[in-house]
Design a protein around this ligand. Structure first.
Ligand SMILES: [Zn+2]
Length: 403
């Protein structure tokens, strides 16, 4: 990255060319990345065995904390020990032992993305076998079900997915399913935002103050986002709570003998989501700044809208195919200068190339702000929960907004 260091020394009057050069270099780098497919480089499943019980260790019921306390689910203690235990029967798709774990007397629940998987495995406890179709670390937007995955879906009791905007492949499969498979499309429980709806919070302007949104904010591609809706609704904690309730209600309806257990565990999970909702508000409102910068694929429009953060972003969507334009880059570089931004954020399971290059040039920090689509193999083995991920985001935000 030495070439950027040289540019740093340019006098202020040449800052515009410097920015332009940096932006152009980034665009060229991205084009090279796209050709080699590095966008997925760190997202390939590093192993095929994702089961928490693959090593033979029993996976405890998630309701009971290791210290015996009942309350907080999924809270990672300050000593770093994960306290969220993975529920019995929870498996990831590629685990070869998954088939052997299937208990014919238990509900079989198959989930597409990590959020609903985590809700289901917690709410079900040991009353159901819950499977995540994504392998650990797999990039959610590039996922297409394998024949084996389709078999899992067709043999399940409940198939839980995000909606047509995320899983464009689901509609066709759902049509072919027997009536014995209950289909839960969670997008029916939230208000969807349009894909191009940047909301009032995104700062969109050019050097000369002219709005540049119209020309470049709509040229991004979202090949996997059908229907024009942004699928990342789980990042608004009230939506996440609605999803958890829908999962709980569905399990209760299909297995009424255990409805009290499902209801109790749903309430526990929702209480954690409500805590997070309050804490995100509290952090944003009580901090020195209320603005953030993103240099990675952007999945946070629900989050920004809910918690009232202003932001600038290089990318306008989460799609693997989306590429930022030169004007997107320049806008973000300007925004960092003007707001004295201390940090540029990017998404998990990526190499953060764009964010790191901009950060190097501006001499600021980078940090990962999790989207929660999926977890890494390590995180899965540690039993990291959606609540843990959002608590990590909370701490990142607390730091970034107060520097
Ligand atoms: Zn996404």
């Amino acid at each position: 990255m030495d070439k950027f260091k040289i540019m740093k020394g340019w006098p202020t009057s040449h800052r515009m060319p410097r920015r332009l050069v940096l932006a152009l270099v980034l665009v060229v780098m991205l084009a090279a990345v796209a050709v080699t497919g590095c966008g997925r480089a760190e997202t390939n499943a590093s192993g095929q065995s994702g089961s928490p019980s693959a090593d033979g260790s029993p996976s405890a019921d998630g309701a009971t904390m290791s210290d015996g306390s009942q309350a907080a689910y999924g809270v990672t203690k300050s000593d770093g020990s994960p306290t969220a235990e993975v529920a019995n029967g929870a498996t990831m798709s590629e685990d070869s032992t998954a088939a052997n774990n299937v208990s014919p007397d238990k509900l079989q629940v198959v989930c597409t993305l990590f959020p609903q998987y985590d809700f289901a495995r917690y709410i079900a406890g040991d009353l159901a076998d819950v499977t995540l179709l994504l392998s650990p670390g797999m990039e959610a937007h590039m996922y297409d079900p394998t024949p084996a995955d389709m078999k899992k879906i067709s043999r399940s009791d409940v198939f839980i997915y995000t909606g047509d905007a995320m899983e464009g492949w689901a509609a066709q499969i759902v049509e072919s399913l027997d009536a014995s498979v209950h289909v839960l499309d969670l997008s029916g429980y939230v208000t969807l935002r349009e894909e191009d709806d940047h909301g009032e919070n995104e700062v969109v302007y050019g050097h000369d103050g002219h709005a540049v949104e119209a020309e470049d904010a709509h040229d991004h591609e979202g090949h996997h986002h059908h229907g024009g809706f942004d699928p990342h609704y789980w990042l608004d904690m009230t939506n996440a709570a609605a999803m958890a309730r829908a999962v709980g209600d569905t399990l209760s309806a299909l297995d009424p003998a255990n409805k009290d257990a499902y209801a109790a565990r749903t309430a526990e999970y929702v209480a954690q989501l409500e805590r997070l909702d309050n804490e995100f508000f509290e952090v944003v409102q009580s901090s020195v700044r209320q603005d953030v910068v993103f240099g990675g694929r952007f999945a946070y429009s629900y989050f920004m809208a809910r918690y009232g953060l202003n932001y600038a972003t290089v990318y306008h969507s989460c799609s693997a195919e989306s590429d930022p334009s030169v004007s997107d880059m320049i806008r973000v570089i300007d925004y960092i200068d003007e707001h004295d931004s201390p940090c540029i954020l990017y998404e998990e399971l990526s190499n953060g190339t764009v964010a790191k290059t901009i950060a190097d040039d501006a001499n600021i920090e980078t940090a990962v702000f999790t989207t929660g689509h999926n977890v890494s193999l390590d995180e899965f083995r540690q039993g990291v929960s959606f609540i843990d991920l959002m608590d990590q985001n909370l701490e990142i935000l607390r730091k970034v907004l107060n520097e």
